[in-house]
Ligand binder design. Structure first.
Ligand code: 5U1
Length: 674
């Protein structure tokens, strides 16, 4: 028996190794060495042995790619180092300006060596390997926190579950793009059409939709692929000299790297590399929307650094937008959550830049006048990458007689209030706030949306009916809905009324940041909501905060502070918040964790001028983490003024008040010792 067991264990291990090698040949090297039928035989034998002796079956066996039990929701994963996005250069001049900034920061006039990569149109992902074993995958999310999609990624054949080769780091975070090759996308859509389902608009949406499945068995049926383009955390090994060598190492460990990567020295070679990829674009088996240039030398990357969301050593050069002509069928006016009145052109459907476009915003009155778009006009529509579609121009030669100039309405089309447009503002607004049904609907849609309280199943159509029937006027009313009220709505089954009630219950435990974002305070997006929550720790402190106290928060200036104060001043808003809390919406108090005491705790800093090593926000955040306060103006209470390049009046005032002035170097030293 023992001998049999030893033999089975050894055979399982041998089969795993053999199949992993065939996967590498197929996905990474693109040179399959055995026919599909032989590969299937190996898999069949492995599956049968693992079934017979499950004690020898590893979690990372090649048979474990079929998906596991469905999840209820995705867990959040905090990225140890932020997942950055890329700045764009839209033409040769913009790239040359980027290249000049790189040379200035590098302190050289020599040509810079870049690595040029195709920019895939997919979904950024982070893969964590411990001792060469795949342990976790997360989406980019907002760059700081993403969603745990480990079970879904486990089903992607191109992603190795075990790394192979020499010198594998004990901890390695690989970053790259999950995408759907065009052939797989076409086949998937063909199957969807045959089954009477809605096809995906483009491979990017198909890849994103496939990865966001709570049921990984569905993801397992989707033809996803992966290319690595960088690393996050790496421990226990020295970094190589260049990005190119890093790619070679990743490839040796079994991670797929695009075969279209090339080195280019200096701007003119970079332009050539861009042109050559643009020519090849339509021949590639996957969609790309541009190229990415990265400084090749990793030490130089480190020296050049990054600004809040993007590295300063890399840039994306997008291919030109696609343009198509179509006809304007109607022009409607929409009223948004904050009362903004926006003209929207309804178009004859047109497929451009990978999606079918039927609506295009015309932004505001001035934009309308400038473009003079009229019903019946033929217009040129443009869509570039993931940018929202726009009307570039009207084709005047095709304009029919009797078309009429579109005028913005004088009254709100929903509640009839007279529209206002403040001096110097481009946007006209309905001033009725939550007395206007459109604004109520939009604010409730926002409250229930995925990134806010995430009330699953409470779709736009349901919200519109509830508001029209007068059953919901504020987010707090949602929590008083009954089964009877919900099941009486059109297009809602009894079961989904129950599910909506469950989803409402499930939404009650939240975080302060999500709650603040859900309230829809003007200018308070997700990032600001998070900063406010982290800074104040609890709602009371935020509600009572003065303008000055708010301005101390990272990323919060005078406009946002004013909006926050005005929001909490309104009795109606305080009542809604009280109603929500009474209904059971709750979040953990974040102020219970007291900040770490450091020698900078309580010290008052003013930042002025430009710092070359970090952005102003990053400096502010770092100081706040160390317990210091950062204020906007110099006074006797200021302890330190950090003076970057081109410091002006604040530096003068600091000198006149005899306040300690720190150069950027002094400042960095001060941070380093705390
Ligand atoms: N090919 C490629 N895509 N892409 C996207 N490389 C690459 N690098 C990226 C991103 C966001 O970021 C690093 C430069 C940080």
């Amino acid at each position: 028996m023992i001998a049999t067991n030893t033999r089975v264990k050894a055979r399982i291990q041998q089969l795993c190794e053999e199949i992993n090698q065939h996967n590498k040949n197929y996905y990474q090297l693109d040179v399959p060495k055995i026919p599909d039928a032989d590969y299937d035989d190996l898999m069949r034998e492995l599956r049968s042995l693992e079934k017979q002796s499950p004690q020898f079956a590893s979690h990372n066996s090649p048979t474990q790619r079929v998906g596991s039990a469905p999840l209820n929701s995705f867990q959040q994963v905090e990225h140890k180092t932020p997942m950055l996005s890329l700045d764009n250069a839209f033409d040769d001049e913009e790239f040359e300006a980027f290249d000049k900034r790189v040379r200035d920061r590098a302190g050289t006039t020599d040509s810079i060596e870049y690595l040029v990569e195709p920019k895939l149109d997919g979904l950024a992902i982070s893969l964590l390997y411990r001792d060469g074993k795949f342990v976790q995958a997360a989406t980019r999310g907002d760059g700081k926190t993403g969603e745990n999609v480990t079970e879904n990624i486990r089903t992607v054949g191109a992603i190795p579950l075990l790394l192979s080769g020499e010198g594998i780091p004990p901890v390695l975070e690989v970053r790259g793009e999950v995408f759907m090759p065009v052939a797989g996308f076409d086949a998937l859509n063909q199957r969807a059409i045959e089954a009477g389902d809605k096809p995906f608009a483009n491979p990017r949406n198909a890849a994103a939709g496939s990865l966001r499945q709570l049921d990984s068995k569905i993801t397992a049926t989707r033809p996803l692929a992966f290319y690595a383009y960088g690393i996050g955390v790496i421990e226990g090994v020295e970094l190589p000299i260049t990005q190119q060598i890093l790619f070679e190492r990743l490839s040796n460990w079994g991670l797929p790297i695009s075969d279209q990567v090339q080195v280019a020295v200096g701007a003119s070679r970079c332009h050539q590399a861009y042109e050559s990829l643009a020519t090849k674009r339509s021949l590639l088996p996957y969609e790309i929307d541009g190229v990415v240039y990265k400084v090749n030398n990793l030490e130089l990357q480190d020296k050049i650094g990054f600004v809040s969301r993007a590295p300063r050593w890399a840039v994306a050069r997008k291919f030109p937008a696609q343009e198509k002509m179509t006809e304007v069928i109607a022009i409607d006016v929409q009223v948004g959550r904050t009362g903004a009145i926006t003209p929207v052109a309804r178009l004859a459907p047109v497929f451009v830049g990978g999606v079918t476009v039927v609506n295009v915003t015309l932004h505001n009155e001035d934009e309308m006048r400038r473009k003079d778009v009229r019903v019946g006009d033929t217009v040129v529509v443009r869509r570039a990458g993931d940018v929202i579609p726009e009307i570039v121009s009207v084709v005047l030669e095709k304009r029919r007689q009797n078309t009429v100039v579109f005028n913005m309405p004088v009254d709100c089309p929903i509640c009839g209030s007279e529209v206002e447009r403040a001096e110097g503002e481009a946007i006209a607004r309905c001033p009725s706030g939550l007395l206007c049904a459109a604004q109520i609907k939009e604010s409730i849609k926002h409250f229930a949306s995925r990134r806010a309280l995430d009330i699953e199943g409470l779709g736009d159509k349901i919200i519109e009916q509830l508001v029209d029937r007068g059953q919901v006027r504020t987010p707090a009313d949602l929590y008083c809905l009954t089964q009877g009220q919900l099941s009486a709505l059109e297009r809602i089954a009894e079961k989904s009324a129950d599910n909506t009630l469950l989803a409402l219950e499930k939404s009650k435990p939240t975080t302060l940041a999500k709650f603040l974002y859900a309230l829809g305070i003007r200018e308070v997006g997700e990032v600001t909501a998070k900063s406010l929550a982290e800074h104040f720790g609890n709602l009371n402190a935020l509600q009572e905060a003065s303008l000055e106290a708010l301005e101390e928060v990272s990323g919060v200036g005078s406009t946002v502070s004013q909006r926050v104060v005005s929001f909490f001043e309104l009795e109606h808003n305080r009542e809604v918040i009280a109603g929500l809390i009474q209904a059971g919406v709750n979040w953990p108090d974040e102020s219970t964790t007291s900040p770490v005491e450091t020698a900078l705790s309580g010290k008052v800093f003013v930042l002025t001028g430009v710092l070359s090593s970090m952005g102003r926000d990053q400096a502010k955040q770092t100081l706040q983490l160390l317990g210091a306060k950062v204020t906007g103006s110099v006074s006797k209470k200021t302890d330190y003024v950090v003076a970057g390049e081109n410091s002006g009046s604040k530096l003068k005032k600091a000198l006149s008040l005899d306040i300690t002035v720190l150069s950027e170097d002094d400042f960095l030293k001060l941070l380093a010792i705390h």
